[in-house]
Design a protein around this ligand. Structure first.
Ligand SMILES: [Zn+2]
Length: 90
């Protein structure tokens, strides 16, 4: 699986249905929460709350990054499931 650093976040290139064709390409942008609680957990090497947003095309990544800049988990005291969203929901 292809992971690259695009701008501030790690972006994983995936293919819908696992078919490696250009028209199936999607981008998963990942962010680890950086609220005070999560930062502390990160330093203690504990699992940190996290969000993954899927973008259909590379042009949406900038919008996703702007959204992620302001994103924080709902409660850093809890070990929350990964939040999954699509770029067209933000
Ligand atoms: Zn957090």
């Amino acid at each position: 699986m292809e992971v690259q650093k695009m701008g501030k976040y790690y972006v994983r290139v995936c293919y819908r249905n696992g078919i490696a064709k250009e028209e199936n390409k999607v981008f998963e942008v990942h962010k680890l929460c950086d609220c005070a609680w999560c930062r502390e957990k990160y330093l203690g090497r504990t699992r940190v709350n996290k969000i993954t947003i899927t973008a259909e095309c590379e042009d949406e990544i900038e919008k996703v990054e702007r959204f992620l800049d302001g994103w924080k988990c709902a409660n850093g005291e809890k070990d929350l499931p990964i939040v999954f969203m699509k770029a067209n929901q933000i």
